[in-house]
Design a protein around this ligand. Structure first.
Ligand SMILES: [Zn+2]
Length: 133
């Protein structure tokens, strides 16, 4: 089995342990179900919410991502404009934060769990899944 890079696994929002199973149900990103998360990995059985309020800390990653959008927008505007109106930078940031909300929400959770759950590789993970059954 070919190994996925950590960047591709995070971008694909896959299980941190085996990098195979999807953390979120398909086709729900830009729907009102964007907060839905799978309970556990369909491939290795890793729980995606190991303890209650597990994702409290993901809030800080979410803040950092939003700050990143602001900086990216500001730099992009600096390149094309000499004087950036305050309303444009504020309005643009609000528009970005709202339009990217489902992605920010999921990405902050994915990054959070990737900090704590180590990659075990596809073979060891599937062996662990057998032990759990
Ligand atoms: Zn897995």
């Amino acid at each position: 089995m070919k190994q996925r890079s950590v960047i591709r696994s995070i971008a694909g929002m896959r299980c941190p342990k085996c990098r195979e199973g999807k953390m979120f149900p398909a086709h729900t990103l830009y729907t009102r179900h964007f907060m839905k998360m799978n309970d556990r990995c369909s491939c290795c059985g890793q729980s995606f919410e190991p303890e209650p309020a597990y994702y409290f800390g993901a809030m800080f990653i979410s803040y950092a991502l939003n700050a990143g959008y602001f900086i990216a927008l500001w730099v992009a505007l600096l390149i094309v404009m000499d004087n950036i109106p305050d309303a444009l930078i504020i309005g643009g940031t609000i528009a970005l934060v709202i339009s990217l909300l489902p992605i920010t929400f999921r990405l902050s959770r994915v990054l959070w769990i990737y900090i704590f759950v180590r990659y075990r590789g596809p073979i060891e993970s599937s062996a662990a899944a057998i032990h759990q059954h």
